[in-house]
Design a protein around this ligand. Structure first.
Ligand code: HEM
Length: 490
């Protein structure tokens, strides 16, 4: 009898404790909103400290990452806007084209709201941490070299030479970590554009530090030895030290008026620029902007190249069609022409559909972060001032009403289809739209051109990669052999 009472007592305590824990975040964050709490979107703020992060990380490490958002839809209905507790903050997740577009384009109501841990890694003076006035000014300066016909034309030759040389090298290497090698290539390209390159060993070691940094961006922010975030902070320190030495050298050269034969690159522009009051950028500002650009400029393009090839190899009929388009381009070309032109790249209609379909299906940036500058009303719900807003691109891209059979890789769905505003957001939208979108698509197209014409991938571990939260650790890498086709066009 005593045992039964004890068990009932324990059960009751357990239920009460669970109820208390489940309501801690409500007391801390919602109760103080007064009447506004009643117009919050549906959802739940999860457990204290952890919030909904456990469910999020578990889903994105499984083979069904969309189960995270599905559980909100099942529990709270298809409202397209939900409250949650993510990355240490009370948040609202928006998941429809209309709400995503509104948040991304309404700069009066929303500002960047990246988690503090991310800002610590990418840099307080990078675009994730500066005021909107400074952002506008620095964005204009830095986006110009990677946007528009003239700017992009300058890099085609360099990209082609490096793609051709890399593919040839890999085909002689036997088994390789495919993603690691592609990332080295995309890193070399972005280093050339922004820093006029460094030596090969320096580049390889910088890229390795970036890999560790990115792993930390996507991990829990636990700054204790042994954890990914701790290692990432260490890598940031090493990256900053390398960039500081480059800044010191450039400043010393400028002071001594040592002329170099090198072209003016992004580092020079950042060192020279002055605002209307004659203010120049500090070393910290220059370094954080470069650190951010070099990261954004190679990590995502590298992953997208890998994924496009993984999908093409999985769908031989799509690969064949894409290859035929590339063969046509080579056939039509005057015999005196060496390599691709921007016009040819722009004419690759089917390949562009293949890339868009990969961008949609993978949605490399599954979400971006904003913060409400004031109380904002969206779809009849209140987003309280100071709450984070997660623009959940992934849900938009996998909505069956916009993309029928959304899990299928089907480039054909893009033929003659123009997505309506807000329904295709691989590069975001509004004032923070990815400035490297054209460069990224060009880089991926050039790579695929040479790959499709001349090489095939033999995957050694066909189960991998399963990287819905792409961390690019070696164990998630796609072990493969790059094999040269007998009827090679190069
Ligand atoms: C397939 C490749 C790429 C994807 C999927 C991608 C995706 C994105 C997305 C979604 C954003 C918006 C972030 C936000 O709204 O807060 C963004 C911003 C950004 N991207 Fe990319 N990106 C890619 C390639 C590149 C490249 C090649 C560069 C370098 C030239 C680059 C540089 C940046 C920068 C600097 C920002 C911040 C812009 C700002 O805050 O004003 N990205 N990218």
């Amino acid at each position: 009898m005593e045992l039964v009472v004890l068990m009932l007592w324990c059960l009751l305590c357990g239920v009460v404790l669970k109820w208390i824990l489940k309501n801690v975040n409500w007391w801390v964050y919602e109760a103080k909103l007064g009447d506004k709490q009643y117009s919050l979107p549906p959802g739940d703020l999860g457990w204290p400290f952890l919030g909904n992060m456990w469910a999020f990380l578990t889903a994105f490490k499984s083979s069904d990452p969309d189960s995270f958002m599905s559980s909100f839809i099942t529990r709270f209905g298809r409202t397209g806007i939900y409250k949650a507790f993510m990355f240490g903050n009370p948040s609202v997740i928006v998941t429809t084209p209309e709400t995503c577009k509104r948040v991304l384009t309404d700069d009066d109501a929303f500002k960047p709201g990246w988690p503090r841990a991310t800002v610590e890694l990418i840099g307080k003076k990078s675009f994730t941490g500066i005021s909107s006035e400074e952002h506008k000014w620095l964005r204009k300066l830095t986006a110009a070299p990677v946007n528009g016909h003239e700017a992009l034309s300058m890099y085609i030759e360099y990209i082609q030479d490096n793609v051709v040389a890399s593919l040839e090298k890999w085909s002689n290497m036997g088994q390789i970590e495919f993603l690691t090698e592609i990332r080295r290539l995309t890193f070399r390209i972005i280093m050339y554009i922004f820093l006029s390159s460094e030596s090969e060993p320096v580049m390889d070691s910088l890229e390795r530090e970036y890999t560790i940094l990115n792993h930390g961006v996507r991990a829990m922010a636990i700054n204790i030895p042994g954890f990914a975030y701790y290692r990432a902070l260490k890598s940031r320190k090493k990256l900053v030290a390398v960039f500081q030495s480059i800044v010191d050298e450039r400043r010393a050269n400028k002071k001594a008026s040592i002329a170099t034969t090198k072209k003016k690159d992004m580092m020079d522009s950042l060192l020279d620029v002055e605002d209307e009051n004659g203010r120049k950028l500090s070393d910290e500002e220059v370094i954080d902007i470069l650190l951010m650009y070099l990261n954004a400029g190679h990590e995502s393009s590298g992953h997208m190249i890998m994924w496009t090839i993984v999908f093409l190899e999985k769908h031989p009929e799509i690969l064949e069609k894409a290859k035929e388009e590339q063969e046509e381009i080579v056939k039509k070309r005057p015999s005196t022409q060496k390599g691709l032109t921007l016009k040819e790249i722009r004419g690759m209609e089917y390949l562009s559909d293949v890339i868009d379909e990969t961008l949609r299906l993978i949605t490399f940036s599954l979400t971006v972060f904003r913060e409400a500058k004031r109380d904002v009303n969206i779809s009849g719900y209140t987003i309280p001032k100071g709450w984070k807003v997660l623009v959940w691109f992934r849900s938009v891209h996998s909505d069956p009403e916009i993309y029928p059979n959304p899990k299928e890789f089907n480039p054909g769905r893009w033929k003659g289809y123009t997505p309506k505003a807000g329904s295709f957001l691989p590069f975001g939208a509004g004032s923070r739209l990815c400035p490297g979108n054209d460069l990224a698509k060009m880089e991926i197209s050039i790579f695929l051109h040479y790959y499709l014409l001349n090489y095939r991938l033999k995957r050694i571990n066909p189960g991998s990669p399963v990287m819905y939260l792409p961390h690019s650790r070696p164990k998630d890498n796609c072990l493969a052999k790059v094999v040269k086709c007998p009827s090679s066009h190069v």
